[in-house]
Design a protein around this ligand. Structure first.
Ligand SMILES: Nc1nc2c(ncn2[C@@H]2O[C@H](COP(=O)(O)OP(=O)(O)O)[C@@H](O)[C@H]2O)c(=O)[nH]1
Ligand SMILES: [Mg+2]
Length: 297
């Protein structure tokens, strides 16, 4: 007899920068979520769907759980991540296999709190030279909680992902698929476009600038096979505008070129991308502005 078809939702949680989004993208086989070596890269709850013969797994990527202090957007990011735990059949707690921190401890507490089975994912094992040292690490972490499974992986190298998928499928309920076989995300193309611009902002800007920017798509239409997009990059203060523009507008030009290439690669076909920079004073600490820019709970 063949195995039953299983389907369910897996909330992928953990502190910032451990590789949650990289992992979801690798599992789904499509860039549903942007990636950068900085906190706040992921600001939304984003579903990535893995469909195969024996089941469908809806991975929910989340903002990193971090120490709660901070402004309105930081509190909202934590709420978004915690909210995703409520809808999970299974929780995947992602950690950096090289170190365990206080924020990992807090993320574990939040995961355990939701009462679902927790699979511990030890990511970035490609960065561990002595693989034998993983065994005592696994043994030590297994003492912290009765994890449903502990799986070492490398999201970046796509190493041991099948073992993770197997462990998760075994924990999901039997049931029909929730998404069509070709659907990889619950997010619109418009959202994907805004995120590629934000990824370039996070990657290319430094200090507080990545956290002071957000992207709003104003126009989005297809004209004779060309996707025409106009988007606004919002900053918090007048002085930040010049930094995003760069000397003679060079920085903004590079951001636009890189984002357009990513959009064309992901969505196929040509894209025309027009970017503008505007100031909305203190938007990241302003609940009304956060709602307008799509940061829902
Ligand atoms: N070497 C290595 N780097 C990784 C791995 N997974 C993620 N990264 C890097 O870690 C950084 C943060 O990744 P991201 O997925 O955005 O982390 P998130 O904040 O947890 O979603 C990025 O620079 C990734 O390229 C991995 O398995 N190995
Ligand atoms: Mg992320």
């Amino acid at each position: 007899m063949s195995a039953p078809f299983r389907c369910g939702t897996v909330s992928v949680v953990g502190r910032p920068n451990v590789g949650k989004s990289t992992l979801v993208n690798a599992l789904v086989g499509f860039k549903v979520s942007i990636v950068a070596p900085k906190p706040q890269t992921t600001r939304h709850r984003i579903a990535g769907v893995l469909s195969r013969g024996d089941g469908q797994i809806v991975f929910v990527d989340t903002p990193g759980l971090h120490d709660a202090a901070g402004n309105a957007i930081n509190r909202r990011l934590n709420r978004t991540a915690r909210g995703a735990l409520g809808e999970a059949d299974v929780v995947a707690l992602v950690v950096d296999s090289r170190r365990w921190t206080g924020e990992d401890e807090a993320a574990l507490a939040a995961a355990v709190d939701c009462g679902r089975p927790v699979v511990l994912v030890l990511n970035q094992v490609d960065r561990i030279a002595d693989k034998a040292s993983l065994l005592p690490t696994i043994a030590e972490l297994a003492r912290r909680h009765a994890f449903a499974a502990v799986v070492p992986v490398s999201a970046a190298k796509r190493d041991n992902l099948e073992a993770l998928v197997r462990a998760i499928l075994d924990l999901l309920p039997e049931g029909p698929p929730m998404f069509g076989p070709d659907q990889v995300t619950d997010r619109s193309e418009r959202f994907v476009v805004a995120e590629q611009v934000r990824e370039q902002l996070v990657r290319r800007l430094h200090a507080e600038l990545p956290y002071a920017t957000t992207v709003e798509v104003e126009a989005f239409k297809r004209e004779r096979k060309v996707l025409k997009v106009a988007a606004t990059i919002w900053v918090e203060r007048e002085g930040q505008k010049g930094i995003v523009l760069g000397a003679g507008g060079a920085q903004l030009k590079h951001i636009g070129i890189a984002a357009r290439r990513e959009i064309e690669r992901l969505l196929g076909g040509r894209c025309h991308l027009a970017l503008h920079v505007k100031v909305r004073e203190g938007w990241s600490d302003d609940e009304a502005a956060l709602r307008r820019f799509g940061y829902a709970d």
